[in-house]
Write a protein that binds this ligand. Structure first.
Ligand SMILES: C[S@@+](CC[C@H](N)C(=O)[O-])C[C@H]1O[C@@H](n2cnc3c(N)ncnc32)[C@H](O)[C@@H]1O
Ligand code: FES
Length: 454
């Protein structure tokens, strides 16, 4: 039985560069156009779109199959999508100019493709060729480094409405020959479009990487560019067991970029945390290491009855103030300069938050922070940790395991931890009813509560 009236399979298979594939022929843009058209026409509950792997017809890609009738389309372009939706999906008449209904030819091509593929795999296996997956993992830094350099140089802003490599080189004060090489690499990665001698931003680059764009992420992404330099020390950091000092540590932009990077993550996650914890009977919140203040800002906006105090390092507090003032919640959010391991944290808070904090510290330091946070809570109050949480054996999830290394190269004693470590520290600090709240995305909450009886 079909749960949907229509089921579309769109091949999005990628192949090594140079080999024909639906991905190389633009299946991503077709998929995008289909999703948009289905949404616009309100067909979401009728039509299911499933991406699929190679169907052996790669030379004819992008390939797409419509079920239940089993109509095969080839060489589909985004501009064909409105016609397919109107004529086929809505009126039941396949678009004949795109249909491929020579079953014998299709089968022959597919079978030949399968045989060639298996023969090539067997030959690679016999010759001991490095699997493509490992090869890509090894070279994965190249596209990343290319994009980070483009962000550091602010290339996308310099491209503006379109320019040649000499103009762009002059705008970013860099060597013209080298800039041309970088621009060509960015074009090969689909981050710029090249026509003649001129380069233009793609819609995505213009939206996310150009200064002045509403959705510009460059400032926050420069933090990732800074982290890159720390990751180059990984081998030595593994030998030493802690971070290795580098020249970039003195970069005056490090802290503003870091806080912008934190804001980039936190502003989307903050409403999820507010929803998970609720604001009912919450009056006072202590936000330890609040950074850009995104979580306090979200609580303040969610309830006029909530008052937040953000404690952060003296060099960060002026930056926090800018974010809080811009959000228009300074009447509800107070800033305190200090160190969460020293001095008086205060008392009587309904919630003490540790968002993206514990990974910076050692087990011993975290236990001390939890003990101090527990003292600051009112009866019935909650200590809330948000962080990447490792599996019990610490060998995953991948993002958390890699983040642990991010802390190795960036801190003296930081690491990612697993749920039983957090739970143990909470219990040792005298918190009860410790539970994990799953959130969408890579980080979860661990919440411990003080008993209601004083
Ligand atoms: C990874 S950021 C997280 C920021 C924020 N909680 C968020 O999730 O967006 C860590 C924050 O802790 C602050 N911090 C680091 N060490 C601290 C300390 N000893 N006392 C107070 N704040 C500290 C940093 O300045 C930074 O703002
Ligand atoms: S890559 Fe799509 S059919 Fe082969």
């Amino acid at each position: 039985m079909e749960p949907f009236r229509i089921h579309l399979f769109v091949c999005t298979q990628q192949k090594p560069e140079g080999a024909a594939s639906c991905a190389a022929k633009g299946s991503a843009a077709v998929l995008d156009a289909l999703n948009r058209e289905i949404q616009v026409r309100g067909l979401g509950s009728d039509v299911q779109i499933t991406t699929c792997g190679c169907m052996g017809l790669c030379e004819e890609g992008p390939v797409m199959v419509v079920y239940p009738e089993g109509a095969w389309y080839r060489r589909v372009q985004p501009s064909d999508v409105p016609e397919i939706v109107t004529q086929h999906l809505l009126a039941g008449k396949p678009v004949t100019r795109l249909l491929w209904d020579d079953a014998a030819a299709m089968k022959a091509m597919s079978v030949e493709h399968g045989e060639n593929f298996r023969a090539a795999m067997a030959a690679r296996e016999k010759a001991g060729v490095l699997p493509e997956r490992l090869d890509q993992m090894i070279r994965g830094f190249m596209p990343s480094r290319c994009l980070l350099t483009a962000l550091e140089l602010d290339i996308f802003t310099a491209v503006g409405d379109g320019a040649n490599s000499e103009q762009i080189g002059a705008r970013v004060h860099a060597n013209a020959r080298a800039v041309a090489m970088l621009l060509n690499a960015l074009a090969s990665l689909g981050l710029l479009a090249k026509s003649g001698d001129d380069y233009r931003n793609t819609p995505e680059s213009a939206r996310f990487f150009v200064q002045g764009s509403k959705d510009n992420h460059r400032n926050g992404l420069l933090h990732t560019a800074n982290i890159w330099h720390r990751w180059s020390t990984l081998t030595d950091a593994v030998r030493r067991g802690a971070r290795i000092p580098i020249d970039g540590d003195a970069n005056p932009e490090w802290t503003p970029n870091f806080i912008a990077g934190m804001q980039r993550n936190a502003r989307d996650r903050a409403p999820l945390v507010v929803k998970a914890l609720g604001t009912e009977s919450v009056r006072r919140i202590l936000d330890l290491g609040g950074g850009s203040g995104a979580y306090s800002i979200a609580f303040a906006k969610a309830s006029p009855a909530v008052k937040c105090e953000i404690l952060d390092l003296p060099e960060v507090v002026p930056l926090t103030a800018e974010y809080v003032n811009r959000a228009g919640v300074s009447a509800q959010v107070v800033l305190r300069a200090g160190h969460m391991l020293h001095g008086n944290l205060g008392s009587g808070y309904d919630i003490v938050m540790l968002n993206a904090i514990c990974h910076m510290f050692s087990e011993k330091q975290n236990m001390e922070i939890f003990r101090r946070a527990r003292q600051a809570l009112a009866p019935g109050g909650r200590l809330v940790v948000q962080d990447f949480i490792l599996n019990p054996d610490k060998a995953g999830p991948q993002q958390a395991a890699l983040f642990s290394l991010n802390m190795l190269v960036g801190t003296e004693e930081g690491a990612a931890y697993n749920e039983s470590e957090y739970t143990g520290w909470m219990k040792a600090a005298g918190l009860n009813e410790v539970r994990r709240i799953k959130l969408p995305g890579p980080a979860d909450l661990i919440v411990g509560q003080v008993r209601n009886t004083p």
